[in-house]
Ligand binder design. Structure first.
Ligand SMILES: Cc1cc2nc3c(=O)[nH]c(=O)nc-3n(C[C@H](O)[C@H](O)[C@H](O)COP(=O)(O)OP(=O)(O)OC[C@H]3O[C@@H](n4cnc5c(N)ncnc54)[C@H](O)[C@@H]3O)c2cc1C
Length: 452
């Protein structure tokens, strides 16, 4: 049986891995020249790796880690010390370090030691966030009608902890502010954070997400007979009288015939190729409820080290929300002799919220980033900036705003030979690499079950 998959991000690649392993004939069509979607990395003219975004693997990403193992990339990521590190002005840092105890004591003791929270913040947090720690999926779903800020205040948790601790988490998770993001994903994270020590540890890819994950996935799929086409943009579907797909047409006129078709496109791209005949199904009109979150990733190459932190960092009051010196966290790339790197820091910074940056010239953005870098990393004031890059993504992951979760579609559509994968489709994670991997697994399992 032949399956055509459109979109080679983590979701499309995961679906392909799952299907080639079950003996399906798989063809994967990607509109860009590079695979990986929002995790893609490419080399520029200097030989430097340019990332679509700084990516972290969490301990709780069981499915993604299973795929990494399956494609022989199980050693391609490195665990870091289990702590949240906040970069403060003048090079100071504050920490939320988990104590080496079983959950929830790891978090309670760690929280009580956090230097940037007052005793009142700590008490209000333990008291206020308790329903999240004790809650189940049903409770989390019932809180989707309000923003996280509303939930936090309703619980009587302190304003300082909202601004200091949770704002950074909201920006890191979905690139939007706590007064915009739904309470649901945030309190789901608290549950993991507060009850499962392993789930919230971070790992970085040894090189970068492209070379350490996407490339091994590509090799695995092709080694099992899967065919991958780049520069191959899905343009539209041609339908049979009964509304199922006869064939797919690419931009260059190429026709794709298959027994089943999977869209692993981001939801905003999928909306553009939906046949109007399908819009009689609420399943498809519901997709118009999703909006993409704008985000940008900035990389800076310095002539010397401006930090020695081997971990993810957060900050607040800066143009960047989460960031790392990838010359330290990723020892297989960004090292002296690789492209522009000369042994100095290579900062990879996620800029969020980013709606105001989308139309701003890159030079202006770099000036703003550098101002904040100088403020947070005093050693950078003497350093020379060798090079900078910016990647803007106007519609990245869907905005997890209140009342949107219920529109996340199942992978099985009302059209018999058409399926959806993608981080926005229904699975237990928010839009993330794990969510995309889970959607790939689920779509393959459901397609297989429907055909047998
Ligand atoms: C800056 C940034 C940082 C992030 N950090 C993290 C992190 O630390 N941890 C984490 O877990 N997640 C992170 N994410 C989220 C994660 O990258 C995404 O949730 C995940 O990669 C989405 O995968 P996907 O396959 O669903 O979609 P995508 O990656 O968007 O893949 C969709 C693919 O479809 C292709 N396509 C689109 N239209 C067509 C068409 N017409 N024809 C053919 N192909 C088409 C696209 O080119 C793309 O390759 C981050 C995202 C960004 C932007």
């Amino acid at each position: 049986m032949k399956v055509a998959i459109f979109g080679a991000g983590v979701a499309g690649l995961s679906a392909a891995i799952e299907l080639v392993d079950r003996g399906y004939e798989v063809e994967l069509y990607e509109k860009r020249k590079v695979l990986g979607g929002k995790v893609s990395v490419w080399k520029d003219q200097d030989g430097d790796s340019v990332e679509s975004g700084l990516h972290i693997v969490f301990g709780g990403y069981e499915q993604l880690q299973a795929y990494l193992d399956r494609v022989g990339a199980g050693n391609n990521y490195l665990w870091k010390e289990h702590s949240l590190i906040y970069a403060e002005p003048e090079g100071k840092q504050s920490y939320f370090k988990k104590a080496n105890l079983p959950s929830p004591w790891a978090e309670v003791v760690g929280g009580l030691q956090a230097s940037f929270l007052s005793m009142w913040d700590k008490i209000s947090l333990i008291k206020g966030l308790y329903p999240a720690l004790a809650g189940n999926e049903e409770y989390f779903r019932s809180q989707d009608h309000m923003t996280y800020s509303e939930w936090h205040r309703l619980r009587g948790a302190s304003e300082n902890s909202l601004q200091k601790l949770w704002r950074a988490i909201a920006l890191a998770m979905n690139f939007i502010e706590p007064n915009v993001i739904s309470a649901r994903p945030m309190i789901t994270i608290f549950k993991y954070f507060g009850t499962d020590y392993e789930a919230t540890k971070f790992a970085f890819f040894r090189e970068n997400p492209g070379d350490s994950m996407i490339e091994p996935m590509r090799q695995y799929i092709q080694s099992k007979g899967g065919r991958i086409f780049i520069d191959a943009r899905l343009s539209r579907f041609e339908l049979k009288e009964n509304g199922t797909i006869r064939k797919a047409l690419l931009n260059d006129g190429h026709e794709v015939e298959a027994d089943a078709f999977i869209s692993a496109l981001p939801v905003h791209n999928l909306k553009k190729v939906l046949p109007k005949e399908w819009l009689t199904h609420q399943y498809f009109t519901d997709l118009f409820q999703f909006q993409g979150s704008p985000v940008a990733n900035c990389q800076l190459w310095f002539d010397r080290k401006i930090t020695d932190t081997d971990n993810l960092m957060f900050s607040q009051g800066t143009i960047f929300a989460t960031f790392a010196d990838v010359s330290i966290t990723c020892p297989g790339d960004f090292q002296k002799g690789q492209g522009t790197a000369n042994g100095g820091s290579v900062m990879s910074l996620v800029l969020a919220p980013a709606h105001q940056l989308m139309d701003m010239p890159n030079d202006t953005i770099i000036k703003m980033v550098m101002k904040d870098i100088h403020e947070r990393f005093p050693k950078s004031r003497q350093a020379k900036l060798l090079k900078s890059t910016i990647v803007k993504i106007p519609e990245s992951v869907y905005k997890a705003v209140p009342d949107v979760d219920k529109y996340r579609p199942d992978q099985v559509t009302p059209v018999d030979n058409f399926y959806l994968a993608g981080d926005y489709t229904y699975q237990r994670y928010l839009a993330s690499m794990e969510g995309a991997a889970l959607s790939g697994k689920q779509v393959a399992e459901k397609l297989h079950a429907r055909q047998h």
